[in-house]
Design a protein around this ligand. Structure first.
Ligand code: TNX
Length: 529
């Protein structure tokens, strides 16, 4: 988030270093006016009207559907976004006929296609009207409006800019109901402030789920009252990769994250990874091991060596306690039970374990969600599988899709934000691939895995594992600009998929990210402005 001022170092003819000023002598040409079709993710339908341009002015008011607190909240958030750079008061008032220029946020009256998440945005000379069936749809519309304003709107200080919104109509709704991101708190803990800062960035690109990977071999990051040492020891000093990523969320912290995300129409999905990836719990509680002996804590990045004790009732008391307590503080529908890379668990034990645990998720009112391996255990058809493979075939997954299970697409060689961009990337891993922006954008969720087509797909998710990450800057550098690519794959129509258009629109986001102090990777594939 810190802003670093780059100074160019060159050599004079005498071989002496010359410090060039940070600001170029010739000013960059002014940015062209924004157009409806510049938005990321690409809207479904745009109908520009050159005569309908609207200018936000000191007299503009924001009006929302009377009686809808949620709509009023979206209006208030929009006002808070627009006030710093404009310096305008932008009061948020109930709708009424008025001669004042206005931005109206209305529940109802939109094009029938917008459904539960979409919106219709109309810009005329008199004002901007966003219509949706839900507050989430209104919020999505305000994120488009934000991108339609000049980049200066992201400035924390008042700017002398004309706040022009291009005229016309957008009708927009998502291809997939689920557009997710994942943060790994286990390998390195990320604080509430870091998580909420990431939520702010995600919400601008219409991401609506944030999956938190809360437990792994190197750390346990969520308070569980019935097993208190999980956090104080399993998440305590010396935990995390290299022992430098300690910390955990108290239940109050977790609830604060849930509420912050909900206000931005993002649902939190908690993950407890099991029966493998459990060394932090097993090194804390000896009774979670078949031999009753706690293994030493681990701070390396190896995977696949730990397993809960499958034929011990204490294991299921532990798992039920954790699921019960976590479900109680999770308003969202999903509870992720991991299930990946259980190489220290036999196939038979894996099935036994999942057959015991899947019903526990349902018992506490949640829908089971796991990495694609859970499909080996024949879960109920409402269970969701997250595909993380690098190939294009997976028989278990295709069979599950045929039975009716839904799939989230997170192919590691396309959607993993922790993969390096190229061999020079300072952070990240490369076991799945180097993933440049064109790779992250260049695939279709519905044709990625044989037998897992459009109807089987609930959505896409971009996981960010934290083995090499420490700070929010690190998170931003890996997520931007690839996160918007995955967001567009999840929201925009397959027919609109177009690399040339995407890279141009992406390049136009750079001035916004600079003002927001997002440490994005300036990929050479993108014409940055
Ligand atoms: C594989 S993907 C893992 C994680 C690692 C990640 C690193 C998956 C379900 N498991 O444990 O953190 O690779 O890229």
């Amino acid at each position: 988030m810190r802003r670093t001022v780059t100074r160019l170092l060159a050599m004079t003819a005498l071989g002496l270093p010359l410090i060039l000023p940070a600001t170029p002598a010739t000013a960059a040409p002014p940015a062209p006016a924004r157009q409806l079709a510049d938005v990321i993710p690409a809207p479904v339908e745009t109908r520009p009207d050159a005569h309908g341009t609207f200018q936000i002015s000191p007299r503009t008011v924001i009006r929302t559907t009377p009686g809808s607190v949620a709509a009023w909240q979206v209006g208030r958030q929009l006002a808070e976004t627009l006030r710093p750079a404009t310096g305008y008061p932008l009061p948020v008032l109930p709708v009424r006929s008025t001669p004042l220029p206005e931005i109206a946020l209305l529940i109802g009256g939109a094009d029938a296609r917008v459904g539960q998440q979409g919106y219709q945005l109309d810009v005329t000379r008199r004002g901007v009207t966003i219509r949706a069936n839900t507050p989430a749809g209104l919020f999505a519309g305000t994120q488009s409006l934000r991108q339609l304003l000049p980049a200066d709107i992201e400035s924390p200080r008042r700017q002398r800019t004309t706040w022009t919104v291009p005229g016309g109509r957008i009708v927009d709704y998502p291809r997939f109901a689920y557009r997710g991101a994942m943060l790994d708190l286990a390998r390195h803990f990320h604080t509430v402030d870091e998580i909420t800062a990431y939520v702010d960035l995600l919400s601008q690109y219409k991401i609506n789920y944030l999956h938190l990977h809360l437990t792994d071999d190197q750390g346990w990051r969520i308070q569980i009252d019935s097993w208190p040492r999980l956090t104080t020891v399993g998440g305590g000093p010396g935990t995390g990769v290299d022992g430098v990523g300690p910390g955990y969320l108290t239940k109050a912290d977790y609830k604060a994250v849930v509420a912050y995300a909900a206000a931005r129409h993002i649902t939190i999905i908690p993950e407890i990874d099991m029966p493998g990836h459990t060394n932090a719990a097993q090194s804390t509680y000896p009774e979670l091991n078949c031999d009753g002996v706690a293994p030493p804590p681990r701070t390396d990045i190896a995977v696949g060596y730990s397993s809960l004790c499958i034929n011990d009732e204490r294991t299921y008391r532990f798992v039920e306690d954790v699921i019960r307590e976590l479900a109680a503080i999770t308003p969202g529908p999903f509870l992720h039970i991991g299930g990946d890379e259980a190489h220290a668990t036999s196939d038979e034990d894996y099935r036994t374990f999942m057959q015991r645990v899947l019903p526990l998720v349902a018992k506490y009112g949640k829908r089971a969600y796991g990495w694609n391996e859970i499909m080996q255990a024949d879960p109920p058809t409402d269970a969701v599988a997250q595909f993380w493979g690098t190939g294009t075939t997976n028989t278990d997954l295709a069979e599950a899709a045929a039975r009716g299970n839904k799939v989230i697409m997170s192919p590691a060689n396309k959607a993993y934000l922790d993969m390096k961009y190229d061999r020079n990337t300072r952070l990240g891993l490369s076991w799945a691939a180097y993933i440049e922006v064109s790779d992250a954008y260049g695939w279709d969720p519905a044709t990625r895995v044989t037998g897992v087509g459009e109807n089987a797909i609930l959505g896409v998710e971009a996981p960010l594992w934290s083995e090499t990450l420490r700070t929010l800057d690190d998170i931003e550098h890996m997520a931007f600009p690839r996160l918007p690519a995955i967001a567009e794959l999840g929201w925009s129509t397959a027919a609109s998929h177009d690399w040339e258009s995407f890279r141009t629109r992406l390049g136009e986001q750079a001035p916004r990210w600079r003002l927001q102090q997002v440490d994005f990777y300036p990929s050479p594939q993108v014409p940055w402005r």
